[in-house]
Design a binder for this molecule. Structure first.
Ligand code: NAD
Length: 499
């Protein structure tokens, strides 16, 4: 049985006698490997390694740190096929989508290559008589990231590349369900010239997460995962005086106005609802057509489009999406489909009971479409995180605007229309962090920042972009005066002011 172990100070660091967690092959349902789960003592080894390495790394000039990022980018590109295969084998997403997962992380590595420019401070000459004021950005020291199963390359790269480029040492605690790609990325970073100890990977579950949150030498924690745990991590990190940014779950709506290009909107909605088996925080699991006529046309086109979809094994180039990540998660998604039925929604296409020939034990679920959903239903309020699309009909634009605005999650939303004025009003007024206008999955590019609102994001700084630089640095503000000779010694007991 293959064993996945920790990566500390530039080498694999097995933990004899550790608790183990199974890594499944979602396409067959079989156990393919086991990952060692760390405890607080093991985390301390990673922190010790980081503490020893970080001051020298922070002292490396930013341009040289950027060169490591350039080389890291090249190595990820050279290893793209192998990384994608490894990622698919543990996550279950199809190969093309696995490459997208890696590519979106790689784009943040590209952004981090510009770190010399991004770290520049501010300077004011002559802020007072003979006084200049300037600020500089300095790394925090040792920081940590805790990541979810659904983007095992992208999200670790969002965090690690920004943290490291800023001069920190980074401890990554990836999802225990698909931990192999994060280790491989750490090996590639080492090969790129990153010093030992600057990127350590520690596997585990709640036990090691709590150890991270309580460790006094870890100064900041970035978390991405489900909302209850994001909230917990945010609160415990804050209690321990740490900086924290914690991204949570989502329930993103796609609003369809009557004037939308309906064929394009349907193509976009189908891809965003069922791609990656719906296991994306920026998926579109709710579609809100405005007006009965729009709803009827949309429903008819969705049913026709769903008819052409085919889940399959990740290496099947004709499959639009693969299996769900675990049997337990599949059962949870199915229970939400049943809940919607019990709550009185209309099941239009039922994906349950699907079986892929030759892979009967795999965690496959065919696409499901549910109509006549209402805001009172729990199946609407909760995140389902599977290939399930719900239709929530609205009479008016205002009603459609209110649904995502009132929903407890506020990650992403999309509006489909040809009316620029309506789209502009929608973008300005909707209570959601990321908005797409005729764009189904509005994940901002690497030089902007990513983050949702409400239960989708705890903390004030977003992932990557300039917010990433802000999160992983602290600013020092210097007020300086150089006496120019013959200075009069003055003394004051009044706070200095600028009269
Ligand atoms: P999860 O919350 O189960 O796990 C996330 C991380 O937390 C993992 O590393 C896990 O080991 C750890 N963890 C699990 N239980 C814990 C506990 N009780 N205490 C402390 N740590 C714990 O999430 P997941 O199932 O891996 O990922 C799917 C979720 O992540 C979905 O809700 C999805 O919407 C969300 N997500 C959000 C974003 C975003 O940017 N907003 C992006 C991707 C995924």
């Amino acid at each position: 049985m293959r064993s996945v172990t920790h990566f500390i100070h530039g080498k694999v660091a097995p933990l004899p006698g550790a608790r183990l967690s199974d890594i499944l092959d979602p396409s067959t349902g079989a156990v393919q490997a086991q990952v060692e789960l760390a405890d607080a003592a093991h985390l301390s080894r990673a922190v010790d390694s980081a503490r020893a390495a970080q001051p020298d790394w922070a002292a490396v000039n930013p341009q040289r740190r950027a060169r490591v990022m350039f080389r890291f980018k090249e190595l990820i590109e050279q290893n793209m096929d192998d990384l994608a295969r490894l990622l698919s084998s543990e996550h279950g997403k199809v190969i093309a989508d696995a490459k997208g997962d890696i590519q979106r992380g790689l784009e943040v590595v590209e952004f981090a290559c510009g770190i010399p420019h991004l770290l520049k401070g501010e300077y004011t000459e002559g802020a007072g008589p003979g006084i200049d004021v300037y600020s500089m950005r300095q790394p925090l020291g040792i920081v940590a990231g805790i990541t979810p199963f659904n983007f095992p390359a992208m999200i670790p790269l969002w965090m690690a590349s920004m943290a490291i480029a800023c001069g920190n040492a980074f401890i990554l605690k990836p999802s225990e369900r698909d931990p192999s790609v994060p280790v491989r990325l750490a090996e590639l970073a080492l090969e790129a010239g990153l010093p030992e100890g600057i990127l350590n990977v520690v596997h585990g579950d709640k036990e090691v997460v709590d150890a991270i949150l309580d460790h006094p030498d870890i100064k900041a924690v970035s978390f991405v995962g489900s909302s209850d745990i994001a909230n917990y991590v945010y609160a415990r990190a804050a209690q321990n005086g740490k900086r924290a940014q914690c991204m949570g779950g989502a329930k993103n709506h796609g609003i369809i106005l009557p004037d939308a290009d309906m064929d394009q909107a349907v193509a976009d909605i189908i891809g965003a609802a069922y791609g990656s088996a719906g296991e994306r925080c920026m998926a579109l699991p709710v579609v809100t057509p405005v007006g009965e006529a729009t709803a009827e046309i949309l429903r008819e086109k969705l049913v026709a489009a769903i008819d052409t979809l085919r889940p399959g094994i990740p290496t099947d180039p004709d499959a639009q999406y693969g299996p769900l990540v675990t049997g337990a998660h599949k059962a949870r998604v199915e229970s939400y489909i049943q809940m919607a039925v019990d709550e009185g929604a209309e099941i239009v296409v039922d994906g349950r009971g699907f079986s892929l020939q030759g892979y009967e034990q795999g965690f496959y679920l065919a696409p499901t479409l549910i109509d006549r959903v209402t805001p009172q239903m729990k199946s609407y309020q909760d995140e389902i995180f599977g290939p399930v699309l719900q239709i929530l009909r609205a009479e008016t634009f205002e009603e459609a605007l209110a649904y995502p605005s009132r929903h407890p999650y506020g990650n992403g939303v999309a509006i489909f229309t040809r009316n620029g004025d309506m789209a502009r009003r929608f973008a300005a007024q909707v209570e959601v962090g990321m908005v797409g206008i005729n764009v189904p999955i509005p994940v901002p590019v690497a030089y902007h920042s990513f983050g949702g609102w409400k239960r989708s994001g705890f903390g004030d700084l977003d992932q990557y972009g300039m917010d990433g630089v802000r999160f992983y640095t602290r600013t020092k503000k210097i007020t300086q005066r150089w006496p120019s000779g013959g200075a009069v010694v003055d003394q004051s007991f009044v706070i200095p002011t600028m009269k």
